[in-house]
Design a protein around this ligand. Structure first.
Ligand code: PLP
Length: 424
């Protein structure tokens, strides 16, 4: 065990999961690669858990943060006007597609979801919330209670009344063999049944991830969210789209993942990639919801000038370089390549994803662990996950080049071939 790992184990809780049999310390990064303390370089296909959205050591971001630091203005209080906040809010409101949208900044995705839940439950005067099976929304009381993944919620005493709907879990026996249309009809039937039987009064909101991140990049079929939205609208139930992983063009086909489904949500929550490594989160919601008498609040560090400088520079970079199109282009190379390889590799149970958010489903958690070690050895970082611990999740920076996409695909397929040969 390395000296740093021993010190980590001594002072950090044992539930803090570390990747790899021999966890690594990353000491620097440039472009889409990082370097560990032993000097080994890796193509980063997990981007720090989707946080380094435009890669490492980006001059535009570094200079924006340095300019802000140089002013000596690091006053974090929200009781003064902050230009960077207003500018970022204007951009996000416009991009959200939500009419009369207003924005509130937090420091993390958890806080963003907690605020969205506070807003919705106050606005609707109800503690009843709908969420999706296999979801992950964060580590606060509210966020944990809408999380549907035992390993993440097993210490929660939920303050909310939550009912979980079907979405990406269509592998269950009862749904096997159904066409998309029949599956969606079954899900809508279930939603109506939940609303008629399981709730004790009006329901505040449905919170959903367009692609489930921690759940293993699992996807509900096209049309499901729109069908749910129709039912929710009948009862004035709000739709919260958790875009902590799917925002900013990552899916290639939409700027926010839910836009792919033709649904305009009432609230979008965001975090992770926006600050390219600097902590920033928030929510964008219908103005009438945000402006309600219930919505009084502040966040001491939410929207602080340093995070705003990083986030404005990052978002401008994404837009100026049309990284959504790049995600579509480079993601297609990898996803198509993986689907092709899967035809001859029996250990690969599924390949799924959109843009630069894609996953490979293996047969067992042991194979997933093996994949992590093999790709690490070959110089690529990935993420393990999914409800059953069998999914390999990959989400490189949106700046990935075509050459890096081809290189990464080669490493991934090589690792899968090794595991396939071992399983034979
Ligand atoms: N929502 C989703 C979809 C996430 O993936 C995460 C984190 O992984 C969160 C919320 C929580 O965000 P944070 O870890 O910034 O609190």
């Amino acid at each position: 065990m390395s000296e740093l790992l021993a010190r980590h184990r001594a002072v950090m809780p044992n539930w803090l999961a570390l990747n790899y049999n021999e966890p690594i310390e990353i000491v620097s990064g440039k472009g889409n690669r990082v370097v560990d303390a032993d000097g080994k370089s890796y193509l980063d296909f997990f981007a720090g858990i989707l946080t380094n959205m435009i890669g490492y050591d980006v001059p535009e971001v570094r200079e924006a943060v340095e300019r802000q630091l140089a002013t000596g203005v690091v006053h974090t209080s929200t009781v003064y006007l902050l230009r960077g906040q207003v500018e970022l809010a204007e951009k996000i409101a416009r991009l959200s597609g939500i009419p009369d949208a207003k924005v509130f900044f937090t420091n993390s995705g958890t806080e963003a979801n907690e605020t969205a839940l506070l807003l919705a439950t106050y606005a609707r005067k109800s503690d009843q919330v709908l969420a999706m099976r296999q979801s992950y929304h964060g580590r606060s009381f509210g966020a944990v209670s809408v999380t549907s993944n035992r390993s993440w919620k097993n210490n929660s005493l939920s303050p909310l009344n939550v009912h979980f709907l079907h979405g990406a879990d269509r592998h269950l026996t009862q749904f096997r063999g159904l066409s998309d249309a029949d599956y969606i009809a079954a899900c809508v039937d279930d939603l109506r049944h939940v609303l008629a039987t399981a709730v004790s009064n009006d329901v505040a909101a449905l919170i959903a991830e367009p692609i489930q991140g921690v759940g293993g990049f699992t996807m509900a079929p096209d049309g499901l969210f729109a069908a749910y939205k129709e039912v929710l609208d009948e009862q004035g139930i709000l739709f919260i789209s958790d875009e902590v992983q799917t925002g900013w063009g990552r899916t290639g086909s939409a700027f926010f993942g839910i836009q792919d489904h033709g649904v305009t949500p009432d609230v979008i929550t965001f975090a992770k990639g926006l600050g390219n490594g600097f902590a920033v989160g928030g929510l964008v919601a219908r103005g009438d919801l945000m402006d309600g008498p219930h919505a009084v609040g502040l966040s001491t560090f939410g929207g602080n000038p340093i995070s705003m400088a990083a986030a404005n520079a990052t978002l401008d970079y994404v837009l100026d370089h049309d990284l959504q199109a790049n995600a579509a282009r480079t993601g297609a190379i990898i996803i198509d390549g993986l689907k092709e390889a899967a035809k001859r590799l029996s250990v690969v149970k599924d390949v799924r994803g959109k843009g630069l958010m894609f996953a490979v489903e293996l047969e067992s958690p042991a194979q997933a662990a093996r994949f992590m070690e093999e790709t690490k050895r070959a110089g690529l970082l990935a993420g393990k996950g999914g409800l059953y611990g069998t999914a390999i999740r990959m989400a490189p920076p949106l700046t990935l080049t075509v050459e890096e996409a081809v290189e990464g695909l080669g490493i991934i397929v090589g690792a899968l071939e090794t595991i396939d040969a071992e399983a034979a």
